[in-house]
Design a protein around this ligand. Structure first.
Ligand code: RP5
Length: 172
């Protein structure tokens, strides 16, 4: 049983979705990653979601671009939390993906992150799992602390160098 199942409508989404995989790797959470489409493989997508629910998968992350129905289809077939990642599209820069993922009808919620925000989708999945997993909560706290430290260190450097030197140093 994998705790998280990651789906994307096309392998062209993988360069973005690898960031969600990296979060799972970093936190040591089991996951599977699949190219399955709401439109091109409707039957296999449904079968996968039903099997995932039966096997005890707890969170689904679904990414698609354009007329992005994948996350909605996942939410229709999987009773656990579904996180939608709208993928940036060529013609409308992902606004089409964003609106078709986020604007779900009442009764079928999809927790939608920003356009191409696969890392946040991964972290949201970790946060959901951590509500019921103490070891994961500890890892999450460490992650948040290290993020805070990094920003404070940058602030210290900025104050020390002034903005011109700071920028010049980061351009190197
Ligand atoms: C969507 O159509 C996919 O999620 C992808 O973002 C988009 C384009 O797919 P490809 O034509 O690159 O396979 O279903």
């Amino acid at each position: 049983m994998n705790k998280v199942s990651i789906l994307m409508g096309s392998d062209s989404d993988l360069p973005v979705m690898k960031e969600a995989c990296e979060v799972m790797d970093e936190f040591g959470v089991s996951y599977d990653v699949n190219v399955l489409s709401a439109h091109r493989t409707p039957k296999q997508t449904t079968q996968h979601l039903e099997a995932a629910a039966k096997s005890g998968t707890q969170v689904v992350i679904a990414a698609a671009g354009g007329a992005a129905h994948l996350a909605g289809v996942c939410a229709a077939h999987f009773n656990g939390p579904v996180i939608g990642v709208p993928i940036e599209s060529k013609s409308l820069k992902g606004m089409d993906s964003l609106l078709s993922t986020v604007q779900m009808p009442p009764g079928i919620p999809v927790a939608t992150v920003g356009i191409n925000a696969a890392k946040n989708a991964g972290l949201l999945a970790i946060k959901i799992l951590a509500t019921n997993d103490k070891a994961l909560r500890v890892k999450l706290n460490r992650y948040m602390e290290s993020q805070t430290k990094k920003v404070l260190e940058r602030n210290k450097q900025l104050k020390k160098l002034g903005y011109k030197k700071y920028l010049a140093q980061n351009e190197k």
